[in-house]
Design a protein around this ligand. Structure first.
Ligand SMILES: Cc1cc2nc3c(=O)[nH]c(=O)nc-3n(C[C@H](O)[C@H](O)[C@H](O)COP(=O)(O)OP(=O)(O)OC[C@H]3O[C@@H](n4cnc5c(N)ncnc54)[C@H](O)[C@@H]3O)c2cc1C
Length: 377
């Protein structure tokens, strides 16, 4: 295989490109906007599923592989791009997980993932800015973070340096099929040919495929975020309570997220959510009352059932591959999913058993109207 086209330059398209380029394959990425400006830009960059024990083995396997390999890969990307993605092993403090402690502890033992219970003075020592009303927390130092806007910029520079052909502001619109095999992609800027085509179009993946083949159950799930202009030391770890989290960045900015909204492809932000996220952040860290909210934004997660991405060749069209549907975990599970897809493309042994991610009949539907993730989460 000499040439691959990837549709979509989010983290998934760009990491896939990186691995292929390093294996000697020529890669063209077709991106309708600009590289790394959609969900991959908008996310929190936590390198862990929020509550890892709630996920299936399929998600866990990819997450653990990513957590193990990210430090080295991000170091290389930093070196090659001269942009620091700000990988920090900040750790994560869980609050209010009493109800699911048994499940969490079982998970922790199974995957050798140490959590330490902290209360009273030790809790205060761990995170001095925490609201006094919290009496107990569970701490893991294993969890790291990256800063999304920096991650996607560094990745873009890295793959440009590795020789990718990046076609931005170019929309993939249809496919070139000869003798039941995919040969290329038609865009609003002309046709592109390759041996294989990978759809990594995030939340838009099913839209593009709809008129051609049965589609994966992927739909947009909006997440709104805000960022406080604070200073270093206000919070030192990621702190998670009742599904809301604060993430301290290196320069003192503190990100607060996020909502789960089923709003089609609408990315508008609302005053109500701004107020709610600000209030929740202050509930966790009262000192945030003193800092201004610098920015609010929203991104569209590629929602899928149980967050298990679709990785593999489409059963109805030879040479059409998918790597999409990473939902809330595209950063943490993205690296492994891209390595797995490249294993498949190059006929290599796969890093994990790929059965759970394949595009089987039961994971595909004919019509995007039938995808309702509200009932699937
Ligand atoms: C608020 C929020 C918080 C999050 N927090 C975390 C977190 O802490 N940790 C974590 O692991 N994950 C997190 N995520 C999830 C993660 O960001 C996503 O799973 C991941 O970014 C998906 O990457 P992607 O490349 O598939 O999608 P995207 O980044 O959306 O990229 C898809 C690209 O495809 C392009 N495209 C689509 N259709 C076409 C077409 N026809 N032609 C050309 N280009 C096309 C789009 O323009 C886009 O650039 C979060 C997401 C959000 C929104």
């Amino acid at each position: 295989m000499n040439k691959v086209i990837i549709i979509g330059a989010g983290i998934i398209g760009m990491l896939t490109a990186r691995i292929l380029l390093k294996s000697g394959v020529a890669v063209t990425i077709i991106e309708q906007g600009y590289a790394g400006k959609e969900s991959s830009w908008a996310g929190g960059g936590i390198i862990s599923p929020l509550y890892p024990w709630r996920y299936s083995e399929a998600v866990t396997q990819l997450a653990l592989w990513g957590q193990q390999h990210y430090p080295e890969v991000l170091h290389e990307i930093h070196q090659n791009s001269a942009i620091d993605p700000e990988y920090i092993q900040s750790g994560l403090l869980y609050l209010n997980i009493e109800d699911e402690l048994t499940k969490a502890e079982k998970w922790e033992q199974q995957y050798h993932y140490p959590f330490v219970s902290v209360s009273g003075e030790s809790l205060k020592a761990v995170e001095p800015g925490l609201n006094d009303s919290f009496e107990q927390g569970w701490l893991t130092d294993n969890i790291a973070q990256v800063r999304n806007p920096r991650l996607v910029r560094s990745l873009r520079e890295d793959i440009l340096n590795l020789g990718v052909n990046l076609e931005q502001q170019t929309q993939a619109q249809s496919f070139i099929i000869e003798k039941d095999q995919l040969k290329g992609v038609v865009t609003d800027k002309g046709s592109f040919y390759a041996d294989k085509v990978v759809v990594a179009g995030g939340a838009w993946s099913s839209q593009l495929l709809e008129s051609w083949v049965k589609i994966p159950k992927i739909a947009p799930v909006k997440g709104q975020m805000i960022v406080f202009k604070a200073e270093p030391g206000v919070v030192s770890r990621i702190v998670l309570s009742k599904g809301r989290y604060v993430i301290p960045r290196k320069d003192g900015h503190i990100v607060m997220g996020s909502t789960l909204e089923f709003d089609d492809f609408d990315k508008t932000t609302t005053e109500d959510v701004l107020a709610e996220l600000r209030q929740e952040a202050i509930r966790i860290i009262p000192a945030l009352e003193n800092y201004t909210v610098e920015k609010q934004w929203a991104g569209l997660r590629p929602g899928s059932i149980d967050g298990v991405p679709y990785i593999g060749e489409h059963p109805e069209l030879k040479n059409l591959y998918l790597n999409a549907g990473h939902f809330r975990n595209g950063v943490v599970i993205g690296l492994a999913s891209c390595q797995l897809l490249v294993n498949q493309l190059l006929g290599q042994e796969t890093i994990v058993d790929d059965q759970a991610y394949l595009l089987t009949e039961e994971r595909l539907v004919s019509d995007s109207q039938s995808i309702d993730l509200r009932t699937a989460i």
